[in-house]
Design a protein around this ligand. Structure first.
Ligand SMILES: Cc1cc2nc3c(=O)[nH]c(=O)nc-3n(C[C@H](O)[C@H](O)[C@H](O)COP(=O)(O)O)c2cc1C
Length: 232
């Protein structure tokens, strides 16, 4: 049963928070560039930001009409390439392009067909180890993967992809030397927040679960203190 409000402001009318209807809900997730294989054996490349990891699986949200969704339904191998912040202009060059011909009706105004996405973006194909789609050489993290499930979402507009990651390639400059750990102090994703691009700010702290070995002494840590760990 609802409780009657006791002040002049009902509980849901918090004056510090406005009720708004934002046109998008992209609250800030990393950009990934998906390389996939087209019907004719050429390769497509598409930016997405609806991606997150669950163990060894990366979940992807894709527009149903796009070439990437079509490719993964038929040829499930892909590479999830993760660009650093300085690649944002290359990402944005890909934004109005589709690998699908003719351009499907649901695509935004101004969207055009482009068969050579790598060339259009000024990015370099790099052969993968275990899948046909190439990696993006400029991306510091490249996850070879296979779409094990491609299914429609509830609205029918999108597909949800479960991609199981195989080989992971990391630029040597973001790896803690001699380990399998990505150094979070050296790596920054490109973050897409309400259709604007950002990098990460300074580190705030770390999870109690981190196992990343120390890469540098914290400025105020005594010499005999526990090694500083940074989040993984
Ligand atoms: C930064 C950024 C993030 C995007 N995120 C997504 C996304 O999460 N899912 C999606 O389907 N499209 C996303 N898009 C739009 C696709 O890149 C766009 O529809 C593109 O035409 C798809 O190419 P394709 O048809 O060749 O697959 C994003 C675009 C940009 C620039």
């Amino acid at each position: 049963m609802d409780t009657a409000p006791t002040s002049s402001h009902p509980a849901h009318q918090d004056p510090a928070h406005l009720e708004i209807r934002p046109p998008v809900l992209y609250f800030g997730t990393p950009v990934a560039l998906l390389s996939t294989e087209n019907e004719d054996g050429s390769f497509n490349l598409a930016p997405i930001s609806s991606a997150w990891a669950l163990g060894r699986t990366v979940l992807l949200g894709l527009g149903r009409q796009g070439q990437t969704a079509r490719n993964l339904a038929d040829r499930p191998n892909l590479v999830v390439n993760l660009p650093a912040p300085e690649l944002w202009r290359a990402v944005e060059r890909l934004a109005p392009l589709t690998g699908r011909h003719p351009v499907p009706p649901g695509k935004p105004h101004g969207c055009r067909f482009e068969p050579d996405k790598f060339g259009a973006a000024g990015l370099t194909e790099q052969p993968s180890r275990g899948v046909r789609p190439p990696r993006v050489a400029e991306c510091p993290l490249q996850l070879e993967a296979r779409a094990e499930q491609v299914r429609p979402d509830g609205s029918g507009e999108f597909v949800i992809v479960e991609a199981v990651v195989g080989t992971v390639h990391a630029d040597a400059r973001i790896v803690v030397p001699g380990t399998d750990h990505v150094d979070p102090a050296a790596w920054s994703p490109l973050v897409y927040s309400f259709r604007h691009y950002f990098g990460l700010g300074p580190e705030l702290g770390h999870s109690y679960r981190t196992r990343t070995p120390r890469t540098q002494a914290a400025p105020d840590s005594p010499a005999d203190a526990e090694p500083r760990r940074v989040p993984d």
